[in-house]
Design a protein around this ligand. Structure first.
Ligand code: SF4
Length: 152
């Protein structure tokens, strides 16, 4: 029965990608581009990608913002709640380099890869919705490799 349930779960999950996102200190520019992915113009859900904020149901974590010290533990905690297999994607220049916030006296601690494993980065200030969607889709084989193996 457990095996049947697992196979059912694998079949369902391998047809959809669930995305959660976290803003670790941004100007909101990248948040708006992620929101634009949900608009009818880009229609993220047509690719089987669903955005919500329950990390326990997510496959992908989008990391936005320049990693302020207040977010370090929270980011790690969020990442730990996401079940395997999982990937994190750095969205925009902020989680890659700190962008405009990374200057002398700035209160930031980038890159995000210092705090959690980052599988891909989408540079830009901000990146376009198409680039964000492309990055998520490019990691689908990594997320579902485990499921594909079980199918054979
Ligand atoms: S990368 Fe640019 S647009 Fe995105 S949060 Fe940072 S400063 Fe704002």
């Amino acid at each position: 029965m457990t095996d049947l349930l697992q196979r059912l779960k694998n079949a369902v999950r391998s047809r959809s990608i669930h995305v959660a996102y976290v803003d670790t200190g941004s100007c909101n520019g990248c948040d708006i581009e992620v929101l634009a992915c949900l608009s009818p113009r880009y229609d993220l859900e047509q690719y089987g990608i669903y955005v919500h904020n329950n990390p326990r149901e997510a496959d992908v974590l989008l990391v936005i913002g320049c990693c302020t010290p207040q977010w370090e533990d929270k980011l790690k905690g969020l990442w730990e709640k996401i079940p395997e297999p999982k990937v994190a994607i750095a969205i925009g220049n902020c989680p890659i380099s700190g962008c405009v916030f990374n200057r002398e006296g700035g209160y930031v601690n980038p890159p995000a890869s210092k705090h959690i494993p980052i599988a891909a980065s989408v540079p830009g200030c901000p990146p376009r919705p198409t680039e964000i969607i492309r990055a998520i889709l490019s990691l689908a084989p990594t997320i579902f490799a485990d499921y594909e193996e079980k199918k054979q």
